[in-house]
Design a protein around this ligand. Structure first.
Ligand code: SF4
Ligand code: SF4
Length: 662
């Protein structure tokens, strides 16, 4: 056997060995994912195929970040090209064949050459970013990234060497290419670069039905703890298979952390650490982030021990994840939106809250106060029924739905519109607008109970389901086409979360849930609005629950314009908008300073607009307070208005009183 034959055999055996390692490691990952609770993702097949071609192959989400995004995309496309050309080389050098990229397929090697050059460029860009620029969100395992960048660059260089050098030098470059490429393949499942394999599946299998609807929870079902069943999550064995796929797919890129309002204002919560620390725990490693250290301290302080307990059964909260971080989340969804591989941090985090509330009963005292108020008085503030009655009386003659009645619009006034002084003004504005446009509407009067959105996202599933049941009975007693809300949190639950609870004989939700802005936008488009000339510049703050949760961005802006305002876009707008800080029950907590609302308020002040339009009562309360503590506010105060109030202001009183004949 000559030297070349011996080398060929050695390379062939090495490649075989790396493939065995690779498949064994991947089988381990698959087993980890399969161990999760079942969940169907067999819906929306067409959309999933589109996601594969557009988001995965087109790298659209990754490329949202200009420099690093394009560098990653280049490497991804280059790898697809290499997957084919390396097999071709394997056939030629290790198997002794002619290769399959011959004849009419000759051109493909040129394409790979171009990608090899782009890959080298991409590696240089990413190395400079990671080791010279050093953004704060890239702190996890940078040595691992260094190894990978070097390996990728070597794969590209050896490809070019094999192609453009002559004789045995070319052949040795070819062998080196095969050895490094297949070593890299075996290394991938052991590192964060598993995302190369996991991300396409994770993106294609993301939740599409009713995005960010919380999972259905059957509170009547008897739980079998031996099967890892629980109300919510507190151990790895409680997670669903998709949650597990999320964990092992994380690239540790930190985009979620960069977008997180809690992290931006110095809280302990980082959505990146939340995912990465769970991932490390699942891999049997000790997470090294700040929040994990706090969790471990809490565990030690409570005298906890996991001796002899396997990783699947060890507690997560206050062992791997600090409980404090759970309550700091504003449920703004910015992390989910930012993640290039479609990881759903929020669903796992909220399930951990559920466990704390339902299974452990370990609740933040401020949350407990809200839950108690709801039980005692029926409203989160604890005002009591009399306040609702007083508000309704103060609103004058408002048509209240009678059982069996049929009409077009049910105006859901909501807790804020009934109990909060400032939001009662928005209720008046809504009534004025509905009357002006001659809408056939009713309200439910004093029978409304809170929609329950806050309770659900605070972890109190029991209270949420009780409220949902009551409200669905009220809806079922009348017949209407559209349920109109002035609060995006009510919109989210009525439109999505309630669907799991509607009676079977309804065959789905028999009415459409629309924001007051959507309804009024439609009416203004048909019938026009008198308008005001002098409103001037108006900054618009996108609420998380209309924006990222439901993609409702345009109607509010159009109405501000129709009402005589000139829209000023805030720096972070639409899907990149920064939260007001109220969501997920944080409105009811005494937030550590600096507050999320201050961060947003500073941006609003910078816009120079004297008016801020919002479409959510939570945002209105948070930002009104946040603006007042801003430097320069006294000289340049900002008036905060609900969009519907801007529309109402554009309707002259006498015309409104007459109910314009349209
Ligand atoms: S939902 Fe918002 S606050 Fe919560 S972790 Fe994600 S980005 Fe942070
Ligand atoms: S969860 Fe997503 S955005 Fe966050 S670090 Fe991991 S891959 Fe990046």
């Amino acid at each position: 056997m000559d030297t070349q034959a011996i080398i060929r055999l050695a390379v062939g055996l090495y490649v075989l060995a790396t493939l065995v390692v690779f498949f064994r490691l991947v089988a381990g990952k698959i087993a980890f994912v399969r161990h999760g609770h079942p969940e169907s993702r067999a819906d929306h097949i067409g959309r999933r195929i589109a996601i594969f071609f557009i988001e995965v192959l087109g790298q659209t989400k990754v490329r949202k970040r200009l420099t690093a995004g394009w560098a990653h995309a280049m490497i991804f496309w280059g790898f697809l090209a290499f997957a084919i050309s390396t097999l071709n080389l394997l056939d030629r050098l290790a198997v002794g064949g002619q290769g399959f990229l011959v004849g009419p397929l000759d051109w493909f090697d040129i394409v790979v050459d171009v990608f090899a050059a782009l890959i080298i460029l991409g590696c240089v860009v990413l190395a400079v970013r990671r080791y010279v620029v050093k953004p704060t969100y890239l702190t996890y395992h940078s040595h691992e990234s260094g190894i990978v960048l070097a390996a990728i660059a070597v794969i590209a260089v050896t490809h070019l060497g094999e192609r453009y050098l002559a004789g045995t030098t070319s052949t040795y470059f070819g062998y080196a290419h095969l050895m490094v490429a297949f070593t890299f393949l075996a290394y991938v499942p052991t590192s964060k670069h598993f995302h190369i394999l996991g991300a396409p599946f994770n993106s294609v299998l993301q939740q599409l039905q009713d995005h960010q609807k919380m999972d259905f929870m059957d509170l009547e079902k008897e739980l079998d703890e031996s099967k890892g069943e629980a109300y919510g999550f507190n151990r790895l064995e409680h997670l669903g298979w998709k949650d597990r796929l999320d964990l092992i797919t994380c690239i540790e890129c930190g985009r979620c952390q960069e977008a997180c309002p809690a992290y931006a204002t110095g809280k302990l919560l980082s959505p990146r650490d939340f995912i990465v620390d769970l991932k490390y725990h699942a891999a049997g490693k000790q997470p090294h982030g700040k929040q994990a250290a706090v969790a471990r301290e809490a565990f030690a302080a409570a005298g906890g021990s996991v001796d002899g307990v396997d990783f699947e059964s060890q507690p997560l909260v206050d062992h791997v994840i600090a409980q404090q971080t759970l309550w700091e989340c504003t449920t703004c969804m910015a992390c989910v939106q930012a993640c290039p591989v479609d990881i759903d941090h929020l669903s796992m985090l909220l399930n951990m809250r559920r466990y704390q509330v339902l299974d452990v009963g370990d609740i933040e005292p401020e949350y407990q106060r809200v839950f108690t108020s709801m039980e005692r008085t029926g409203d989160p503030w604890g005002y009591g029924e009399h306040r609702k009655t007083e508000t309704l009386e103060s609103l004058g003659d408002v048509p209240v739905a009678e059982p069996g009645e049929e009409f077009d619009v049910l105006f859901w006034v909501g807790c804020w519109g009934l109990y909060d002084d400032r939001s009662i003004e928005s209720t008046r504005a809504t009534l004025k607008v509905l009357r002006y446009f001659d809408v056939d509407f009713r309200i439910l009067g004093d029978s409304e109970v809170c929609c329950g959105e806050n309770y659900r996202r605070m972890g109190n599933e029991l209270q949420f389901q009780m409220n949902a049941q009551t409200n669905l009975e009220l809806f079922g007693a009348v017949k209407f086409n559209r349920l109109v809300v002035t609060n995006p949190h009510c919109h989210q639950v009525f439109n999505k979360d309630y669907r799991d609870f509607v009676p079977e004989d309804w065959n789905g939700t028999p009415f459409e849930v629309v924001s007051v802005e959507q309804l009024v936008h439609e009416l203004v488009a048909k019938k026009g609005l008198p308008g005001r000339e002098d409103l001037g510049k108006v900054a618009y703050h996108d609420s998380c629950f209309y924006g990222r949760y439901n993609g409702i961005y345009d109607e509010q802006r159009a109405l501000v314009k129709a009402g005589g305002g000139e829209i000023v876009e805030l720096e972070r707008n639409r899907e990149h908008a920064f939260c007001c800080g109220a969501g997920g029950g944080n409105f009811w907590r005494e937030e550590a300073e600096p507050r999320v609302s201050w961060n947003r308020a500073a941006e609003i002040m910078k816009s120079g607009a004297p008016t801020l339009a919002v479409s959510c009562p939570f945002c209105m309360a948070m930002l009104e307070d946040g603006l007042k503590v801003q430097e320069g506010y006294e000289e340049h105060p900002v008036q905060v208005k609900h969009v519907v109030e801007i529309v109402a202001d554009a309707i002259p009183e006498p015309v409104a009183a007459e109910t314009a004949a349209h």
